[in-house]
Design a protein around this ligand. Structure first.
Ligand code: HEC
Ligand code: HEC
Length: 299
């Protein structure tokens, strides 16, 4: 009964906020770290109190007040908001098994994970973003006992030659990418069914024929994904098994899998981003305490 009511509540709210959603300048949200930001943020020591306040008004609606990924709006998303307690993060510049650096978390909060409810928030001041980085680290005991390893080095991109693209094609098979991502990158390989992530949610093998991907569209970001993997998911890291030149060859080959017209304008809403907008606006209007957890479950 409660759940049914809440379903209509969401629909009603969505309807109410729809005009607001359409008028927000999207470009504010999708650009990277502003040059001035990096400078301002460096000089301040972020306070945990500030981080908590930023978190509770901007993040808790999805990630939950206690960082368990079970916020009021969590079940609106097929790709669930992160449970921060195990301290596992997909987007890192650090090797497989390592914690992310503070800058990695800042990058994620600034740029988001494309196609998911996790929208980048460059509209928050950089000192607020740095403060919330420190606060989300308190949800996992790992940060108190471990230090992140140094970021992996990205070697300068070698020239994109036909030979390298061909090598990339061979590696795509030999390294087993096709068994999950499928021969054309569509995400339909023989091992792509029934996968779960470490947080217990069903997960899908990415369709690699689109840009942007979660980290965006740049070749360096693609390289980092292959070199470090996505912790907590079936996506392995290849930083140890493949050389820099081999990884670049794979990157060049992956680019050939994108058909014309599927390299999308990064300013448009993709996948679950629109739901993300709705949840952020509801969270901002109602505050984290207004609705109990699970009020927005789909069933
Ligand atoms: C509208 C819902 C929503 C809000 C609000 C939200 N997130 Fe997320 N967040 C997500 C989802 C969904 C994911 C999982 C994306 C994925 O796994 O691909 C995520 C993932 C993350 C991750 C992990 C990324 C990784 O590399 O694994 C971090 C860090 C994060 N969010 C921080 C924040 C912070 C800080 C805020 C507030 C400033 C915030 N989020 C607000 C939905 C949200
Ligand atoms: C065991 C299955 C598996 C194998 C093998 C595998 N992947 Fe993945 N890959 C995944 C899954 C699952 C994801 C999505 C993870 C997520 O977002 O939760 C993924 C994500 C990715 C992404 C990021 C997509 C995005 O949306 O940002 C890239 C790029 C990628 N894989 C390329 C490769 C390449 C190249 C290889 C081989 C060198 C490979 N993968 C091997 C399962 C696999």
């Amino acid at each position: 009964m409660v759940k049914t009511i809440s379903k209509y509540m969401i629909m009603g709210l969505g309807f109410l906020f729809f005009p607001v959603l359409l008028t927000v300048p999207e470009s504010n949200w999708v650009h990277g770290l502003r040059a001035a930001d990096a400078q301002v943020g460096m000089r301040e020591v972020p306070s945990l109190d500030r981080g908590k306040a930023v978190y509770e008004s901007n993040c808790a609606v999805c990630h939950g007040t206690h960082g368990d990924g079970n916020g009021t709006a969590a079940s609106m998303f097929l790709m669930r908001p992160r449970d921060f307690r195990p301290g596992k993060f997909k987007l890192r510049t650090t090797p497989s098994g390592s914690l992310p650096t503070d800058d990695d978390l800042l990058w994620t909060i600034t740029n988001g994970l494309r196609w998911t409810g996790m929208l980048g928030r460059p509209d928050l001041s950089v000192s607020d973003r740095r403060a919330v980085v420190q606060y989300i680290k308190t949800f996992s005991p790992r940060f108190a006992t471990e230090k992140p390893q140094s970021p992996v080095a990205i070697p300068l991109a070698p020239p994109k030659t036909a030979k390298r693209v061909a090598l990339g094609k061979t590696l795509y098979k030999d390294a087993g990418c096709d068994s999950c991502h499928g021969p054309t990158g569509a995400g339909d390989g023989s091992s792509s069914q029934g996968l779960k992530d470490d947080w217990g949610w069903p997960t899908r093998t990415s369709d690699l024929r689109w840009r942007p991907l979660k980290r965006g569209s740049s070749l360096e970001q693609l390289y980092i994904t292959l070199a470090t993997g996505f912790a907590g998911t079936p996506m392995p890291s290849y930083g140890d098994s493949l050389s820099g030149d081999q990884l670049w060859s794979l990157v060049y080959y992956l680019e050939t899998l994108v058909p014309p017209g599927q390299d999308l304008d990064p300013r448009q809403f993709l996948g679950e981003e629109r739901h993300g907008w709705m949840a952020i606006h509801m969270g901002g209007m109602m505050g984290p305490g207004m609705m109990g957890p699970g009020m927005m479950h789909r069933r």
